[in-house]
Design a protein around this ligand. Structure first.
Ligand code: GLU
Length: 295
């Protein structure tokens, strides 16, 4: 049954090819959305031109499409949305929740980069804009996979950047503006972003935006114990049989113990998977070794 009240999304940054870890997150969020009868959107987070790899967003979309994961609405690109981030920033500045900051990295070196008061020794031509965090700002959230999570904003990051001194928009602001503008109700993403979530909730509150449900899935770890990165090889996502990739992801999602999927074409595979998917079987750890399931 279609459920217009559930809307999920996958929001890759175009910094390299889609690797197995990103495909794992994309499939988890797609399955949860579809099983809830909801919609699933793709958003390209292309706000950092120096880190962007030419052709990466087209390659990522192609790799997702090969797995049958296609956005229900036109793909949104953050590079087209500067005016929306500016409007949100203007609101925060007008209400005194954001402020211009001339501090440099070295000004904040003694506090490990945590900003509580401006210490700048000289004015910059274009200051950064930061979000003001109160000393007692503690954000508590319940993550559907990782459980209860609590963070003191002042202790962890302090007043955080919304727009950098070089003019680039911070991920925290853009993601909050876009998740709200796209009506996202459920955010399923990698556990490496769990510690960003309190900052995003603080921004949602300051901008009178709803807070979605969060589910942070484990990140896939390479043999070195590090998160698979987009610069690492793409592990067969772009070539070979996409159903083999889906079956491997299914096992990594903890699903193969109760159901193996017989379909050999992508659309039939996805339909079977939506019916068989058990959210409760998703691994609850922060990371899993991607080679724990043989290719
Ligand atoms: N753009 C981020 C990434 O590629 C994901 C952001 C999110 O899902 O909130 O890691």
């Amino acid at each position: 049954m279609p459920n217009p009240t559930y809307r999920g999304r996958f929001a890759p940054s175009p910094t390299g090819p889609l690797h197995l870890g990103s495909a794992f997150t994309a499939l988890a969020s797609w399955l949860l959305a579809r099983q809830a009868g909801g919609q699933w959107l793709i958003r390209i987070e292309d706000l950092d031109p120096p880190r962007e790899v030419a052709g990466a967003s087209a390659a990522q979309l192609h790799a997702l499409q090969r797995l049958g994961l296609v956005s229900d609405l036109p793909v949104l690109r953050q590079s087209q949305r500067h005016h929306r981030y500016q409007a949100a920033l203007d609101r925060l500045l007008a209400s005194g929740k954001a402020f211009a900051c001339h501090c440099s990295r070295s000004d904040l070196a003694d506090s490990g980069g945590v900003h509580r008061h401006c210490l700048a020794k000289r004015q910059r031509a274009t200051p950064a804009i930061r979000f003001r965090v109160a000393d007692d700002d503690v954000i508590v959230l319940h993550d559907a996979i990782q459980g209860d999570y609590r963070q003191s904003l002042a202790e962890v990051g302090g007043d955080f950047v919304l727009r950098r001194a070089d003019g680039l928009w911070a991920y925290q602001l853009a993601v909050v503006v876009d998740d709200a503008a796209q009506g996202i109700t459920d955010i399923v993403r990698g556990c490496d972003l769990l510690d960003s979530t309190p900052r995003q909730i603080a921004l949602q509150r300051a901008l009178d935006l709803p807070t979605p449900q969060y589910a942070h899935v484990p990140v896939l770890l390479g043999a070195d114990g590090q998160k698979l990165s987009k610069s690492a090889r793409s592990d067969g996502i772009d070539s070979g049989d996409p159903v083999d990739v889906l079956n491997r992801l299914w096992a990594l999602l903890g699903q193969s113990a109760h159901a193996s999927i017989g379909a050999t074409d992508v659309q039939a595979w996805l339909a079977e998977a939506v019916a068989a998917f058990r959210p409760a079987a998703l691994p609850h750890s922060a990371g899993i070794a991607f080679d724990s399931i043989p290719a």
